[in-house]
Design a binder for this molecule. Structure first.
Ligand code: SF4
Length: 235
């Protein structure tokens, strides 16, 4: 068990052994990552931001909505409220007007103002660089914290969104019943130095090829290894 796995307080190998028949062999993992890289060399964070505060805000705003729709509202939002200090003074109803085209905009407006106030009052206007402090901020959960640590602080992290969850389980990299199990499974099986890159590659693969309803297996370089494809759409 590695150090990060130990932080979860359970033995990852137990989960892995239990699900061994639903996992691809370790020997195929580097091939999978290489082929994902071949298919998606452009894979990267798709959100637009200029500072850690703006990264945190954009990731928080992207919950249950697309990065494209977030990128449409953040230029105006960040022009008007570029810093935690400025956003802390904002009227949430004004933020609502700016971000009203994205899902859950009312809650997100309250949260972005509240988290800015907390950044100013508790963290000197800086985004904290550790997981425990990040998830104390209003509207910030595990996935958002992991993306901020990876993109904003260069930490090795795997944030599991709907694409990472679906694609990892289909391929057989993992067999997790929820995002946390998939995160643990990926951390157990992938080299730590490739966690952040794998996160982007799996997201892009989910967006562009391995669609939720109709995966394009005929044009996927992983088809010969992917358990979902080999099992006729079941795994
Ligand atoms: S073979 Fe099909 S199910 Fe498997 S990763 Fe590729 S597109 Fe997804």
């Amino acid at each position: 068990m590695n150090n990060k796995a130990a932080a979860f307080g359970c033995c990852l190998s137990d989960i892995r052994n239990k699900n061994m028949n639903k996992l691809i062999p370790d020997t195929q993992i580097s091939v999978i990552l290489d082929r994902l890289e071949t298919m998606h060399p452009e894979a990267a964070c798709a959100l637009d931001f200029g500072t850690r505060f703006q990264l945190l805000s954009a990731v928080m705003l992207s919950a249950q909505t697309t990065d494209v729709s977030v990128n449409k509202v953040t230029p105006q939002l960040f022009a008007k409220y570029p810093t935690p200090e400025a956003m802390a003074e904002a009227d949430p109803s004004d933020v609502e007007q700016i971000i009203k085209t994205i899902g859950l905009y009312k809650n997100k407006s309250k949260n972005i103002v509240a988290l800015s106030r907390m950044l100013v009052s508790d963290y000197g206007g800086e985004v904290p660089g550790n997981y425990d402090d990040l998830v104390k901020l209003p509207g910030v959960g595990r996935k958002t914290a992991n993306v901020v640590l990876a993109e904003g602080f260069g930490e090795a992290r795997i944030a599991v969104d709907t694409h990472v969850f679906r694609v990892s389980n289909r391929i057989g990299l993992t067999n997790g019943k929820d995002p946390l199990e998939v995160e643990k499974g990926l951390m157990d099986r992938l080299p730590e130095e490739q966690w952040s890159r794998a996160h982007h590659l799996l997201i892009f693969h989910g967006r562009k090829v391995c669609h939720a309803r109709k995966p394009d297996c005929a044009n996927c370089l992983l088809a010969s290894m992917c358990l979902y494809n080999k099992n006729g759409g079941n795994n």
